[in-house]
Design a protein. Structure first.
Length: 142
């Protein structure tokens, strides 16, 4: 069984926020933990994405068009939309310190959906919430 800390990190990923501990444990078993050196590029803007990352330890910068738009740290996550569509990355993410990350590949993710069909419904619900939040940010309702 993966550690409680590992499961806590996965539970912070909005895409998995409605998953129970058993489902999170399956996600954890399907993912890998990697150590990355400072300066390592996790993803490049415009390139195809095939995995998502959860930061366990360390820091990273998020650049869009060469401009830093965010700094990430433990508990933050990036690339989760690549799990769903394998589309192009919307930003470049680079380790600004040595890092430990949890990586979930698109292939492992789809395998989980086949193994745990109820997981798809929970993920769709999380996505709907993300879209509603974006809609509210773009066009606040009076």
């Amino acid at each position: 069984m993966p550690s409680t800390d590992y499961l806590d990190h996965l539970a912070q990923v909005r895409l998995f926020s409605s998953c129970n501990s058993k489902e999170l444990a399956k996600i954890a078993r399907a993912s890998d933990e990697l150590s990355l050196p400072k300066g390592k590029v996790l993803m490049n803007q415009g390139r195809t994405g095939r995995e998502a990352f959860v930061i366990v330890d360390g820091q990273a910068s998020v650049d869009v068009g060469g401009v830093t738009v965010a700094e990430l740290g433990p508990g933050d996550h990036v690339g989760e939309l690549a799990l769903l569509d394998g589309g192009t990355r919307t930003a470049t993410v680079t380790a600004t310190t040595d890092m430990t990350v949890i990586v979930l590949s698109q292939r492992a993710f789809f395998g989980l959906l086949d193994e745990v069909p109820g997981l798809a419904r929970k993920i769709l619900s999380s996505l709907a919430g993300m879209i509603r939040d974006l809609d509210e940010q773009l066009a606040p309702h009076a």
